[in-house]
Design a protein around this ligand. Sequence first.
Ligand code: SF4
Length: 467
Amino acid sequence: MPTTSPQEGRTALVEDLMERFPHIPREAVIKEDLLRGGMAFDDSALSDTADEASGDVKPKSYFIFSFDHRTLPELGEAALRRPPEEIVLTGGAYDLRRTVVSVRVNPDSPYRVRAGEDGSLGLYLDGQRIADVGLPPMPDYYRHTLANGKSVMEVAPTIQWGYLIYLTVFRVCQYFGAKEECQYCDINHNWRQHKAAGRPYTGVKPVEEVLEGLQIIADHDTLGASRAYTLTGGSITSQVQGKDEADFYGMYAKAIEERFPGRWTGKVVAQALPKADVQRFHDYGIKIYHPNFEVWDKRLFELHCPGKERYVGREEWHRRILDSRDVFGARNVIPNFVAGIEMAEPFGFKTVDEAIASTTEGLDFFMGNGITPRFTTWCPEPTTPLGRTNPAGAPLEYHIRLLEAYRDAMERHGLSSPPGYGPPGAGNAVFSVSSFMDTLPADATIEANAETAESAKGVQGAQSVRA
Ligand code: SF4
């Protein structure tokens, strides 16, 4: 354990938690802190160009939400000179194993990415270098455009170090306004700010464009790093292009599976729909269903997800999640929750103990029914109601104890890491928006080990381009 003497600021908090929770990987402590509070970039660590297709580094694609701590106009140069999609941390003061972290930009963060005296990039905390930083290389497929000139990054961006193709095919949500939008979500604002900045940001992606983008990936992802695609976007409470939610998102899956049968594992993030609609997702070729439950506590669900409460209701939402096991199998129903909003002012739990107890109750509910939830780490985006009142997010201790509670619950219920997330274990994981996969045992399942071997091929190839 390195010491900074005298210990101060965030370093002291981080090292205190590493000492108190030695069974949680150090990598996860740093990663959670970066995800909840963001990171700053020196000019030396940013791309020299605003052109998203040139340069050596894969730029941040803004694949669904902004996941930033400032708006684009506030970020200015830091947004124009595209920050990377992700960074990978290794070595340094905490001897970190390879750790992939999604980039959430915060110019005021005590974490800063910059070049050291020898020119190599490092992550600095409170001014001390704590890890080496690798940047994702620009994938070949990002250098190609569709026939209409759109970039692959706009139509079919990849995240998780190239593992997952993220297809936000509907860039806005029909839960609209203060009485319906989830209080932590900036999907509608993110769409507006990209339009205002003159960036290409297609509201509804035509199926043909998605297929064309995927064809470019299929042709140029020669290492086979991409393993899955996610179809998602805003909730559809009425119709889009004359289709309800199941048929709208399902039509993309059908087209993808007809053109590229079995090439990627198809996933959909959608509302908890009635079983007949869920069946249609499955019939269209989707393999994994994410009907996100967002937050477990009844009162907080009603307050933080007013649209979902009004249109469906929490109990019905949960019943539909359980029902969808009959269609996909329990293993392939993976509802997400937004880790941290349990503690958001003014309505959230006041203590970490209460928040962990509540979320553990939810984990036991789902895991006791064979379903393995997963979570993303809350980014308090500034244009959301909860982001405005909680700019620092949830306490780091909450996030560390959640990792502990999650792993314990998995053991209690005899479950292993969910499918479709790449390999588990510190040093192996590629899932970038939470460290739950970094915290799970490395040898959780044979299936995951097979994924590790495949994924490693792509990652090693990628690293050699720019370490
Ligand atoms: S349902 Fe809620 S979280 Fe999902 S896109 Fe709409 S507002 Fe955002």
